[in-house]
Design a binder for this molecule. Structure first.
Ligand code: ATP
Ligand code: MN
Length: 307
């Protein structure tokens, strides 16, 4: 039997035919569209647990990282049959939200020009009860990496003091992301108040290091702990997602003990991450799923007082 004309040039990656496989999507590394699809297939077991069950936003960059990019959180006219389309009631004023529950959905999205995968802080089965709080440490770009390490440690110390376990990942860009898993007991208002409280407390205790307000003008020589990622509908790049930036860096979970060893938030990318995954002894986030903690009224009170 002969192959269907036109389809024969599409290499199969996990059941998805990749069009224009040799198109270079990143001039810096020379990585092709096929390599990105293969990257996603290879990290499927690491990435899918971070995507499954959560509303998703995607960043599509069909012409590569130097071209235009599109941020999309609704199905619109997506041609991605493996992407789950969520119930309209989750976001009644817009088109249906989407969710990637399988690696096939991820590779299919990559085939359609998706580079980044971002998720909500709640799962779609209980959308009004977030299950994590995310802090995004955004530096004045002029600061050295050592300032990011120091600010990350200070934020971790505060969370420790409050009795909360946090998990770290590189953003793949300039900073660190800190994820605090929580039981699904509180609503969005509560976790917002908590997240904002953390930022304010840090800015109060170390005003020379932490900014109180977002925006480049407010964080000259400082780091802004972005708490706004915790509003309903906000999203953050998922662990193991690539970034649509030069070098195709990846957001990577790290252990606390690694923080002082890494050179920057973009040191891993789609071409070198497999080396780390092959060498690491276990999952730096292995305790994540078994962590049981919540944001109580007494915790909010403790946060409002100076330590
Ligand atoms: P860095 O370390 O460089 O700060 P980051 O992942 O923390 O990387 P951004 O990539 O700037 O930061 O993401 C900013 C936030 O805005 C994320 O929460 C993301 O989900 C969201 N976002 C990104 N692009 C758009 C867009 N075009 N429209 C709306 N929200 C977006
Ligand atoms: Mn950031």
């Amino acid at each position: 039997m002969s192959a269907t004309p036109g389809k024969s040039k599409r290499p199969d990656v996990g059941g998805i035919g990749i069009s224009s496989p040799q198109r270079v999507i990143d001039a810096q590394s020379g990585a092709t569209k096929l390599q990105l699809a293969e990257y996603y297939l290879s990290v499927g077991n690491w990435l899918t647990p971070h995507l499954a069950g959560r509303p998703l936003s995607i960043v599509r960059a069909p012409d590569g990282v130097d071209g235009d990019s599109f941020f999309q959180r609704h199905c619109g006219r997506l041609k991605m049959p493996h992407m789950r389309v969520l119930d309209k009631s989750l976001d009644p004023e817009h088109a249906h939200l989407i969710q990637a529950d399988s690696i096939t959905a991820v590779v299919e999205a990559a085939q359609m020009g998706t580079v980044e995968f971002h998720t909500w802080n709640a799962r779609s089965d209980r959308i009004d009860r977030p299950d994590r709080v995310v802090f995004d440490l955004d530096p004045d770009p002029a600061l050295p990496w050592s300032s990011m390490v120091e600010a990350t440690c200070m934020t971790l110390d505060l969370l420790d003091e409050l009795g909360l376990k946090a998990f770290l990942k590189t953003s793949g860009g300039r900073g660190m992301h800190m994820v605090v898993p929580i039981d699904r007991r509180q609503g969005w208002d509560c976790i917002n108040e908590f997240a904002r409280g953390v930022t304010m407390r840090l800015a109060r205790e170390a005003p020379d290091k932490f900014a109180e307000k977002m925006g480049p003008k407010n964080r000259i020589g400082k780091i802004f702990v972005d708490y706004l990622r915790n509003q309903r509908g906000a999203s953050t790049v998922a662990a193991y997602s690539a970034r649509a930036r030069p070098g195709l860096p990846v957001s990577v979970p790290i252990g606390r003990d690694e923080l002082e060893q890494i050179a920057g938030a973009n040191q891993w990318n789609i071409l070198n991450l497999h080396q780390r995954l092959a060498e690491q002894s276990g999952d730096p986030w292995s305790d994540y799923a078994s962590t049981r903690q919540s944001i109580s009224a007494s915790l909010l009170k403790a946060l409002a007082q100076d330590g």
